[in-house]
Write a protein that binds this ligand. Structure first.
Ligand code: ZN
Length: 123
């Protein structure tokens, strides 16, 4: 039966979701800067070396965008959290797609199983 198959797939998605640990939305970018102080290596006329890298995390939550710096030592952990969030999103989208399909199938089944007078009388 097709509904059973979809239900099994949904159970698998749920099991995968439970395995997700630390997560956070957003994206990480790497930046370099120049302080422009005379004599600094960043404004060296021959071989300028900018300051950095600086890691910036940007994300939006509940309609509010936030950008914050991330210390280099936390970058690997943040990358892991970002990857987990992507996985979370992918799984929930899959769940919704399966749920839509399941709802449609169940309605079709109910429609073909129910005799006509049941659908026209409301009491
Ligand atoms: Zn500088």
């Amino acid at each position: 039966m097709q509904t059973k198959r979809i239900e099994t797939q949904i159970e698998k998605v749920k099991a995968e979701l439970l395995k997700i640990e630390d997560m956070r939305p957003g994206s990480l970018s790497r930046q370099y800067s120049s302080c422009q102080k005379p004599g600094c290596k960043c404004v060296d006329p021959v071989k300028p070396q900018k300051h950095g890298p600086f890691y910036q995390l940007s994300y939006s939550h509940l309609g509010k965008s936030t950008t914050r710096f991330v210390r280099p030592q936390f970058v690997p952990e943040v990358r892991k959290q970002l990857a987990n969030y992507k996985k979370f999103k992918r799984l929930t989208e899959k769940w919704v797609a399966l749920a839509l399909e399941l709802a449609k199938l169940k309605m079709e089944e109910a429609r073909s199983a129910a005799p006509k007078q049941v659908r026209t009388s409301s009491s």
